[in-house]
Design a protein around this ligand. Structure first.
Ligand code: ZN
Length: 253
C-alpha cells in the first residue's frame, strides 16, 4: 500500500474526517490537481471521472472468514481486472469495534441470525467479523490494493450497523463518501463487491439517491443468500431504483 496516495476515512461521530495524500508527477495526480481547481464549477452532469467503488473485499467475507460469503473470493480477480481501467478506485471496509451491536456475541441468549432491536432499529445478528485492525478486517491479500486511492470505513459506531458505504442504517451519519466522490468529479460510478444482498445493495441505493450515475458489476458481486433468491431480488431492487446492471466482459477497455 502506498501510504502517500491512500486516504483512510473513518466516520465514527457526526463529522466525517478524512484526508488524502495528493499524488504528484503521475497521471492520476495530474487528474486530481486539474480537478481540484475546477470541480466547484461543475455539476454532476459535467463530471467525468470514471470511478470504481469496491465494497468490503475483506478476509472475513471470503471463504474461511468469520462471515464468509459463498464464492466471495471470485470477486477479487474481477476487481483486479477492472481497476486499471478506471480514473479513480475507492473502497469501503466494514470496520467494527470489538463490541459492535450487530455481533450476536454482544447479546446474551441470542444467536446469529436472530433479529433484535438495536437502538430503535431492526438488526440482524451476525458472527463477530471485521473487527478493526484484525486480519479478518484486512483486504484480501490477492487484491491489488495499491490501486485503491481512498478507503472509507463504516460500522464504527457500536450502536448502529452500516450496510451502505454512504450512511449508517438510519441515515443519521454520513461517511463522507458522497461528498468525496463529488469533489473528485465522479461521473459514472461502477460498484461491485460483497455482499450483493446487504452492503452492495444499500450502497447502490444510496448512490442512486445521491444522484450518481450508477452501474452494478454483477459478476463482481456475491450474495449471502440467507433466503434463496435474495441475490436476484437485490439486483432487481437496484435496477428498479435506477442503477444499470452490467457484466465486466461488456465494459469498455
Ligand atoms: Zn459488519
Amino acid at each position: 500500500m502506498t501510504g502517500g496516495q491512500l486516504s483512510v476515512v473513518s466516520c465514527q461521530w457526526a463529522v466525517a474526517t478524512w484526508y488524502h495524500g495528493r499524488a504528484t508527477g503521475n497521471e492520476r495526480g495530474r487528474v486530481w490537481d486539474d480537478r481540484e481547481s475546477s470541480f466547484k464549477k461543475r455539476d454532476l452532469g459535467e463530471a467525468t471521472v470514471e470511478t470504481l467503488l469496491l465494497i468490503d473485499l475483506q478476509n472475513d467475507f471470503l471463504p474461511g472468514g468469520a462471515l464468509a460469503v459463498p464464492g466471495g473470493d471470485q470477486t477479487i480477480p474481477v476487481a483486479n481486472r477492472l481497476m486499471p481501467r478506471f480514473d479513480l478506485v475507492v473502497a469501503t471496509q466494514d470496520w467494527h469495534p470489538a463490541n459492535h451491536g450487530s455481533f450476536a456475541s454482544q447479546h446474551p441468549g441470542r444467536r446469529v441470525g436472530d433479529i433484535i432491536q438495536l437502538d430503535g432499529l431492526e438488526q440482524m445478528l451476525w458472527p463477530d467479523h471485521c473487527v478493526q485492525g484484525t486480519a479478518g478486517a484486512d483486504f484480501s491479500p490477492d487484491l491489488q490494493r495499491d490501486r485503491i486511492r481512498a478507503v472509507f470505513h463504516k460500522g464504527t459506531d457500536p450502536r448502529i450497523d452500516s450496510y451502505s458505504g454512504f450512511y449508517d442504517n438510519s441515515h443519521r451519519r454520513s461517511t463522507g463518501l458522497a461528498e468525496y466522490l463529488r469533489e473528485q468529479g465522479v461521473g459514472n460510478l461502477y460498484i461491485m463487491g460483497l455482499a450483493t444482498d446487504y452492503c452492495v445493495k444499500f450502497t447502490v441505493l444510496d448512490a442512486v439517491a445521491a444522484g450518481f450515475r450508477v452501474s452494478v458489476v454483477t459478476d463482481g458481486c456475491r450474495a449471502v443468500n440467507l433466503k434463496e433468491g435474495d441475490d436476484q431480488r437485490a439486483f432487481e431492487a437496484m435496477r428498479a431504483a435506477g442503477a444499470d446492471l452490467v457484466t465486466s466482459d461488456k465494459m469498455r477497455g
